[in-house]
Design a protein. Structure first.
Length: 122
């Protein structure tokens, strides 16, 4: 379940009106995208329109996304048995498959995550 779907289901469970759902979303969005979410909110009249614009802006192909949890598990999994250049290529490939939001969150610790992946490779 995506972050957006989780938010929407929580709002529906609590019977929150659609306009309040849209108004409240920027409050739970990361600071790095807060201004952009406010901009999308201003352009949207319904939840479906708001959701569509967010998906358009932050990624349409959920199937290709790699979840942050899965990425971290891969980093921490020993026995990768690859040389440094192959491991770097695989790391970058997996990192690129993260959602834009997860890439933003993890970008500050990207080098540390790669070093961790190298250390636990065997």
């Amino acid at each position: 379940m995506s972050y957006l779907e989780a938010y929407q289901s929580q709002m529906m469970m609590r019977d929150i009106l659609e306009d309040r759902q849209i108004a409240g979303f920027p409050l739970v969005a990361m600071l790095g995208i807060h201004a952009e979410v406010l901009e999308v909110r201003a352009e949207s009249k319904t939840w479906d329109e708001f959701e569509g614009r967010l998906l358009e802006k932050y990624g349409l192909d959920d199937v290709l996304w790699l979840l942050k949890k899965d990425f971290i598990e891969w980093v921490e999994t020993p026995g990768k048995g690859r040389n440094s250049s192959v491991l770097l290529w695989e790391f970058e490939e997996r990192f690129a498959r993260l959602s834009a939001l997860d890439r933003t969150v993890l970008d500050t610790s990207r080098v540390l995550l790669f070093v961790k992946a190298m250390v636990v490779r065997d």
